[in-house]
Structure formats: C-alpha cells, structure tokens
Design a protein around this ligand. Sequence first.
Ligand code: SF4
Length: 244
Amino acid sequence: MRGTEATTIEETEAASPDAEFIAQANERLLDASPRETLRWVYDTFGDDAVMATGFGPSGVVLMQLVSEINPGAGVFYLDTDLLYPETYALRDELAERFDIRFIRVGAPSLKDQAAQHGDRLWERDPDRCCFIRKVQPLRQFLAGRRAWITGIRRDQSHLRAATDVVGWDKANKLVKVNPLALWTEDDVWSYIHLNELPYNPLHDAGFPSIGCMPCTQAVAPGEDPRAGRWRGRAKTECGIHLKA
Ligand code: SF4
C-alpha cells in the first residue's frame, strides 16, 4: 500500500513554455488516447507533473492509468476537512489497489477559519470559503511545478465545454493536461464497469457530482449533474478549474 503524505509548500515560479509548444501538443493529443496523453506528460515533465483528483469517476479512470504508466506517481487531493466519509473510504481503497502515492493538500483548520471569518462560512460566502480551502492551497501546492493533470471533461458543464487536452493554466502558471477532455460520462462509466474499478457509492444514491458535505446534495432524475453543488446559488465551480 502506498501511503499519504503532507506537502511542503514552495513559493517558486515555474517557467512558462511558449504558446506554440502548447498549441502543437494540444493539436497532436486531441485525438490521442488518455494513455498516450499521460505518457506524453510524464515523458515531457517527469516528476514536475502531478495528477489531481477529487475522487470522481474520471479521476478513478486516470489513477488506474497513471498507476500502470508511472507506478508510484504522486496524486494529490485538496482535503477541505469537509469531504464525505465515503470519499475518504474510496481514497483508502484506491491507495490499496493502485500503485500511486496520495498527497494530502490541507487547508487552514475549520476552527481557525471560524475564528477569522465566522462559523459556517460556506453558508454566507461560499466563494471565500472555496478560496481559502481549495483555490489558495492549490496555488501554493502547484507553485514551482510545470504541469498538472486533471480529470475534467467538456461534457461536464458549459463552463468546461472548451476544455483543451493541453492548455496553459494562467491562474496557477503551469501546463494543465486533461486526458479525458473529450470523453463522455458514458465513456467513463463504461470504462469503470468494464475494468471493475471502485467508485464512490454516493453516485448510486443520486449524487453524480460530489464535493464538500455542506455544499453537495442529491439531484433528481434528469437534472443537471452539477445541480446538487451549491444548490440555490449561481455558483457552479469552486474556482480551481476556472480560466483566469
Ligand atoms: Fe467551503 Fe463548500 Fe467550497 Fe467546500 S465546497 S470549500 S465547504 S464553500
């Protein structure tokens, strides 16, 4: 079993590859399989590339591939201390099953956040809460790295509809690689069932998209898959995948 580890934050700035390099890589990998894209990332960036996961089904698919292509690779997750018990249990199951090394990226304690911003900040100002618990820790963790890998897909929402396979993440100043950008939800679930991969049981209980407990609800049949996230608000993204 590969364990989990805490992070050391380095505040160095990565050099930006030129726009032509990114455009050419994107063009070439748009038709590539996720496996080919992941090989390219690790061949190009080595240990300066790191995968992110929120433990959704796309992330599970990628973790299985990463485990085969680059055994022992680091996979980080943003631990807001507000994830579902089922999500932590899935993390432990994946750590047993795959040859990957989970890296926990933590946020300020909930006690400190309550002391500074008041209790249950997510109910009053979810953008600020997401900034403190997700956006800021992500920015600090990625500083000094050259590429990160995510499971986001074009079919997940209109804000993700223009997702490239390879792009430049302006906010975090590094290359962002999305090997499943052109996959559909059906593609992901077919792969999971075909390969008998584990997944969060909450998906079978009406939760297609799962984040922090206070900001996630079940959706009704036919409803937008992300409708249960920050229900009742215009907010649909925590901010880590928004283009700056
Ligand atoms: Fe806070 Fe909700 Fe964002 Fe989690 S999803 S960081 S609880 S606002």
